[in-house]
Design a protein around this ligand. Structure first.
Ligand SMILES: Nc1ncnc2c1ncn2[C@@H]1O[C@H](COP(=O)(O)OP(=O)(O)OP(=O)(O)O)[C@@H](O)[C@H]1O
Ligand SMILES: [Mg+2]
Length: 234
């Protein structure tokens, strides 16, 4: 079995003045290639902190992190940024689209920004991705003129632009109504099955968690449960 991600003894504490808060107390977890995993747990249990560490947005206080066979916890800032851009995709509760950019420009951004512009190949890939998320007719709409669910679908297309090994989603359906949430999840499942992309999705929505094959439960900074759900395979 090939691990895409291996986290060993991940601890994270935050310093607030005199006080130090230990938020992650030693997390050991592996994700295999192509897994679709939900991360659940009460508010404050450390889910977003763990996602930020796995997404190389935050450094662990101690512990080791390996993604795609590479030790990533010790990389320099510059190498972390590169790794993030090339290997990871992010979807957040708040889509973080660039409002003055069109849907297509937003999707192409992770490739276009480092290159300094949108090439024809990038445009074609962004168009294809927007087609896949059902927004072919919104390609040239500015982000501000899209609905919440449409923006989130653009955000998913953007996360896929650079063909990432791992897509990290923090409450991707948190702001959506039931139907848009279902569409967004369906889309992630499809990409997971068709492209073999690995997903780690943090969610408070039991319906979303139920539809993921594996469920990790955090409790007070520790991994409380690691379950493989039955009957989720299509
Ligand atoms: N920069 C920080 N400084 C101090 N404490 C922090 C910081 N970031 C997070 N924390 C604390 O870490 C704990 C876990 O936060 P985290 O955001 O990971 O929780 P969560 O499981 O994502 O919660 P939610 O479901 O509400 O999003 C919280 O008690 C929070 O106050
Ligand atoms: Mg959170």
């Amino acid at each position: 079995m090939t691990h895409l991600l291996k986290a060993t003894g991940i601890k994270k504490s935050f310093q607030n003045g005199e006080e130090e808060t230990l938020v992650l107390k030693g997390i050991d977890v592996t994700l295999d290639n192509g897994e679709l995993t939900a991360l659940v747990g009460q508010s404050g249990s450390g889910k977003s902190t763990l996602l930020s560490i796995v997404g190389l947005l935050l450094r662990p206080t101690s512990g080791e992190l390996e993604i795609a066979g590479e030790r990533v916890d010790q990389l320099s800032e510059r190498k972390r940024a590169l790794f993030r851009n090339e290997r990871l995709g992010f979807v957040f509760q708040f889509h973080h689209l660039l409002p003055d950019f069109t849907a297509l420009e937003n999707v192409a951004f992770p490739a276009a920004a480092p290159a300094g512009g949108i090439s024809r190949e990038m445009r074609e890939r962004a168009e294809e991705l927007l087609g896949r998320v059902g927004l072919k007719d919104r390609i040239n709409f500015p982000a501000t003129r899209l609905s919440g669910g449409q923006k989130q679908r653009v955000a998913i297309a953007r996360a896929l632009m650079n063909k990432p090994d791992l897509i990290i989603a923090d409450e991707p359906t948190g702001n959506l109504d039931r139907e848009s949430a279902e569409t967004v999840l369906e889309l992630m499942r499809e990409v997971n099955q068709e492209d073999g992309a690995t997903f780690l999705i943090c969610t408070h929505d039991p319906e979303i968690a139920r539809q993921c094959k594996r469920r990790l439960t955090l409790e007070d900074g520790l991994l409380k449960a690691d379950e493989v759900m039955e009957g989720t395979e299509k």
